[in-house]
Design a protein around this ligand. Structure first.
Ligand SMILES: Nc1ncnc2c1ncn2[C@@H]1O[C@H](COP(=O)(O)OP(=O)(O)OP(=O)(O)O)[C@@H](O)[C@H]1O
Length: 455
């Protein structure tokens, strides 16, 4: 939805040919109960800034007409992305009620009785955009990644909890490990606990440990992941999958730095930095009451959203060359035509999929490339989902919901196809496609359009 610029409020005009990666934005409340308050968004901020009255919001306002989590703002290549988070009284930009909109600076945004002006200001000299091509083991030279590195460096120098969000294969675990390795805890353990891979009845004892005889089969006492990570960092992966009773136990462990083993009476002190990763939109989970507000507030002291590979400008090339060398393709450079094809592909499995595609190409040579090119470049007549696109367009959904619907259909089609090719063997199909196995199950379990799918 186009929003007109109010020229008088723009401190620095929008750069021609796209967003200037060194620009910084300021949100200033110019009218209403919070008049005078302001918030600066630049590369040193978490990627998504929440606005609302909840303490979890980075830009917290007091107006009672504003919802607890009213709207979010992301810095995107074209400027800012303003998204209403299902607020009661709506989000308005230049007089229009908006759901999800791009801002370039100069707009007037109304939330409740407050009117905010979006201003573009120059990047302060003390926050230069880094030219670094990587942070720790995380490689990437796109502006979308480079703007995250200063924040990652700052986070490595602190001990605060971090929530890392992003699609599968975007490097959430690698980023958490890199922050750990760059931090003062570097010599301590880095422990990953994935909430989706442990049976529900063993989750608590895996997290907090158990005493001997605590339950049938507990023949010896065992430390949980908190104790194992003592002196280091614990990454809780897919935290959005944790059920409510464990969420409160987790909150207690993080707040008090102590855990109680299942079947135990005493509390064990732990010194652990906690990070959490999720593919889900935690804001939505909180809003829907599935994730505790206070745990979210405690964990999301800092938030980093890793962009999908398709949105990292130039990184398919950078990572393609990097993986080619790393995986042993040192006698000749990666073929340019392969790189060109890679650049045109959408990479639903993100960096993991690119890594696997290069490993396969190096291992199998042109044979694999031919097979793969069919998948990367399907003939229009075979393109899956043409009907779904038509159907979705006819539904007049808001853009994000429509895109999600088409994406779901694509993912489902992809998974069905690769499964068929591997005789229904999920392990082999997941490995071949570069999609994490558990995400495979998630996609498979979605219903077809026309059913009760939650789009
Ligand atoms: N920027 C990067 N530079 C180098 N390697 C990367 C980068 N991002 C991801 N990788 C590699 O891609 C693979 C997937 O990364 P990782 O497991 O960290 O993703 P993830 O987001 O945690 O995935 P999932 O949500 O499926 O668990 C790993 O082999 C990792 O080393």
């Amino acid at each position: 939805m186009p929003i007109e610029e109010g020229a008088s409020t723009v401190l620095q005009s929008r750069p021609r040919g796209g967003f200037n990666a060194t620009a910084t934005f300021r949100l200033r409340v110019v009218e209403g109960p919070d008049a005078g308050r302001e918030f600066v968004l630049d590369g040193t901020q978490p990627s998504r800034v929440l606005i609302g009255t909840s303490p979890a919001c980075a830009f917290r306002l007091s107006d009672r007409q504003i919802s607890r989590r009213h709207a979010s703002i992301d810095v995107v290549p074209e400027g800012l992305r303003l998204t209403d988070l299902g607020s009661t009284n709506g989000t308005w930009a230049n007089g229009l009620c908006v759901f999800d909109v791009r801002l370039h600076g100069g707009e007037l945004v109304r939330l409740g009785d407050n009117v905010l002006r979006v201003e573009v200001v120059a990047m302060p000299a003390e926050h230069p955009t880094t030219l670094a091509m990587r942070f720790g083991r995380l490689v990437g030279a796109s502006p979308e990644m480079r703007r995250l590195y200063p924040l990652c460096e700052r986070l490595a120098a602190t001990d605060v909890p971090v929530v890392i969000e992003g699609e599968t294969g975007t490097g959430k675990e690698l980023l958490a490990e890199s922050i750990h390795e760059e931090s003062a805890r570097e010599k301590g353990p880095f422990v990953v606990f994935d909430c989706t891979t442990v049976a529900a009845n063993l989750l608590e004892s895996t997290l907090f440990g158990h005493e001997r005889g605590a339950f049938t089969g507990a023949v010896a006492a065992r430390r949980g992941v908190f104790e194992q990570a003592h002196g280091g960092t614990l990454l809780i992966d897919e935290i959005g999958d944790l059920d409510a009773s464990l969420q409160s136990k987790l909150l207690r462990a993080i707040e008090r730095n102590e855990v109680q083993r299942v079947g135990g009476e005493k509390f064990v002190r732990v010194d652990v930095r906690v990070m959490a990763a999720t593919r889900r939109d935690l804001d939505k989970e909180v809003q829907a009451g599935r994730f505790r507000d206070d745990l979210f507030y405690r964990l999301a002291v800092a938030r980093i959203e890793l962009p999908p590979l398709r949105e990292r400008r130039g990184d398919v090339q950078v990572l393609g060359r990097y993986f080619w060398e790393q995986l042993g393709g040192t006698d000749k450079p990666i073929p340019e035509d392969l790189l060109r094809r890679f650049e045109e592909y959408g990479w639903p499995g993100n960096v993991r999929e690119l890594h696997n595609a290069i490993a396969r190409r190096l291992a199998l040579g042109d044979l694999a490339a031919m097979e793969r090119s069919r998948a990367l470049d399907p003939a229009p007549s075979q393109a899956p989902g043409a009907d779904v696109i038509k159907e979705t367009l006819a539904m007049d959904l808001p853009f994000p919901a429509a895109r999600q619907r088409v994406m779901n259909a694509f993912e489902r089609g992809y998974v069905e196809r690769v499964l068929a090719k591997h005789g229904g063997n999920v392990v082999r199909a997941a490995a071949a496609s570069g999609i994490a196995r558990r995400y495979f199950y998630v996609i498979k379990s979605r219903q077809r359009p026309g059913g009760q799918e939650n789009e």
